[in-house]
Each structure stands twice: as structure tokens, then as C-alpha cells.
Write a new protein. Structure first.
Length: 312
């Protein structure tokens, strides 16, 4: 969980789908028009945007790009099994409360009711990411990233319903805390489990798929401009072929970028079987997948790619 302040930006909230495309491109995010439409509608309607898809396809990056291009504070809640309200929303500063009670008792000031009322006030409240996201910022409401929601359990998912529908949380000792303006909420899921319909109903939903070859090449040119154009084309063609293989974990866009970076560091201007074999660890993250592709299969895929490129 982290909160970071982004620099002031000249970009305003998009007024059209074309504006949304431009906004994302300003942060080097190459989105197809359907994704830009989802972003535009979520921002225009002040609805949370629920992004689902395989790991590494660029879901988390959208929140980072929006925070950067809009000049908003990015507040990130990284989800995990066992995440609870104390870590995600708020908790009381028990050490300070105990000290306050002892000081009041020593000074013999105030009744028990007055002390109890005082120690459950805002100055003893520790605000965690979800509560921080309800606070206004100098450049506008923050961007709240609830990352990998599928890693949490259903009770926490149910707790989010009030936040996502009314942009407020209820603290029993204080009451309702509501955002003056709704934050920009991006929720991601790798679909390791199904998210309940009640939560999805409060969001604008979009499935982020692997990009086609043309868009992946465009992404690579934006993210790794130092790579030779021929290398980038071969990398994209190779990865597009890999996604048709029976692998445990198909490479995402993040792996495409990482692998190309690695190949550039190895001074490669084109793919060859040895370079592929030596750098597969930057592309595939399971040994069974690496063993399946390394050697003759990698050479076969490269031959197919070269034959197809020559035929164009």
C-alpha cells in the first residue's frame, strides 16, 4: 500500500473519447479505442473502472498514467489474502489513546464519558488508503488504485460496496465520512477467483486482453524506443506466436517490454536461437514453459517468423 504525489499536469478530464486516447498516449499508454471509451465513460460518469484480465496486460498502468497525466495523487491499495479494515481503511492510534487516558486520569480532568468521546476523535484516527482517497487534493480528487482485488476474500469485497456506490465509509465511533468529490477509482483483477456481481454492478467493467501485433509493436516503440525496429518486429511476432502455445503462463505486455529491454542490453539487433535461449527468463516465468520453448521449438518459431516476414 502506498500513496504518492504526482506533479501538476496541463491535462484536464477528457471531454470525448479522442481526448481519452490523447490523455493515455501522453503517459505512453497505447490503448485501443474500446479501452479509451471505457476510461472516458468511467471518468465522465464518476464510476469506478473495473479492469479484469491476465497479469501483465497493463491494467495497473492505467491508474498510474491517469494520476500522472491529470496531476492527481495516486493512492494504491495492494490487495492480499487476509487484508482487513485496519490495513485498508482506518484504525485507532491505541498507543496515543492510552497515553491520553493516563494523562487525563493523572490530572483528574474530565469524566469518563468526556474522555471516551475525546479519544475517539479525528486526531486519534490513522487513515489508511481507502480513507485517504476520500480526502480532496489541491489538484482534484486522487486516483485510487485497488490492485488485484481477487486476492482478497469476500467479506472485504462486501465492505467495499458502500465506498464504491456512495464514495463514503462509516466509522461507528465517528459516523459517515464522505468524499466532497468522488475519487477516480481503478480496480484490477487477474481473475484468480470470480468477483461478486454486487461489486461489478457498481463499476464500469472492461476486459483488458492481449494486444494484437500492430498495437503491441506501437507499445514497444513507445516503451523501448532504443530497440532496433527489426528487433522490435521480431520480438512482437515471436510473442504473438508464443501466445498460441500451450503454456502455463502466457507472456503479457510487461514481459514483452522486459524481454526487449534485456535483448537491447545484450546488444541484439535481431533475434537468433542463442539469444532467445539465453534470455527466456525475462519472458517466461515458469521452468516448464522455458523448457518447452528453449532449443528446437524456439528455432522453429524463429524460422516461421522469418518465412512469414519474407513473404510480405
Amino acid at each position: 500500500m502506498s500513496a504518492a504525489v504526482q506533479p501538476q499536469s496541463l491535462y484536464a478530464l477528457p471531454e470525448s473519447i479522442d481526448d481519452a486516447v490523447t490523455l493515455l498516449q501522453a503517459g505512453n499508454y497505447i490503448a485501443d479505442r474500446s479501452l479509451a471509451t471505457a476510461v472516458f465513460l468511467a471518468l465522465k460518469l464518476c464510476r469506478p473502472l473495473f479492469l479484469e484480465g491476465e497479469a501483465g496486460v497493463g491494467k495497473t498502468e492505467i491508474a498510474k498514467v491517469l494520476a500522472g497525466t491529470l496531476g492527481r495523487r495516486l493512492i494504491r491499495l495492494q490487495c492480499y489474502e487476509g487484508l482487513d479494515i485496519a490495513a485498508a481503511v482506518y484504525e485507532w492510534n491505541y498507543a496515543r489513546q492510552m497515553l491520553e487516558i493516563r494523562l487525563a486520569e493523572a490530572a483528574q480532568t474530565g469524566s469518563r464519558e468526556e474522555i471516551a468521546h475525546d479519544i475517539f476523535s479525528d486526531r486519534f484516527l490513522i487513515r489508511r488508503p481507502l480513507l485517504q482517497a476520500l480526502e480532496p487534493g489541491p489538484s482534484g480528487p486522487p486516483v485510487l488504485l485497488i490492485d488485484e482485488l481477487d486476492r482478497t476474500d469476500e467479506p472485504f469485497e462486501a465492505y467495499l460496496l458502500e465506498l464504491l456506490s456512495d464514495f463514503q465509509v462509516t466509522i461507528p465511533e465517528i459516523g459517515i465520512i464522505k468524499a466532497p468529490e468522488p475519487p477516480i477509482v481503478i480496480i484490477t483483477s487477474n481473475r484468480t477467483r470470480e468477483i461478486h456481481d454486487a461489486l461489478k454492478r457498481r463499476c464500469f467493467y472492461y476486459w483488458v486482453d492481449y494486444p494484437d501485433a500492430a498495437r503491441e509493436l506501437e507499445i514497444l516503440r513507445a516503451k523501448v524506443p532504443q530497440a532496433a525496429d527489426g528487433l522490435s518486429r521480431e520480438v512482437v511476432a515471436f510473442i504473438q506466436k508464443l501466445r498460441g502455445q500451450d503454456l502455463y503462463k502466457l507472456p503479457g505486455v510487461a514481459e514483452t517490454i522486459d524481454w526487449t529491454d534485456a535483448l537491447v542490453q545484450l546488444d541484439q539487433v535481431a533475434l537468433n536461437p542463442q539469444a532467445v535461449d539465453n534470455s527466456l527468463g525475462a519472458l517466461l516465468k515458469y521452468q516448464d514453459d522455458i523448457a518447452r520453448i528453449r532449443g528446437s521449438e524456439a528455432a522453429r518459431l524463429l524460422d516461421e517468423i522469418r518465412t512469414e516476414m519474407a513473404a510480405r
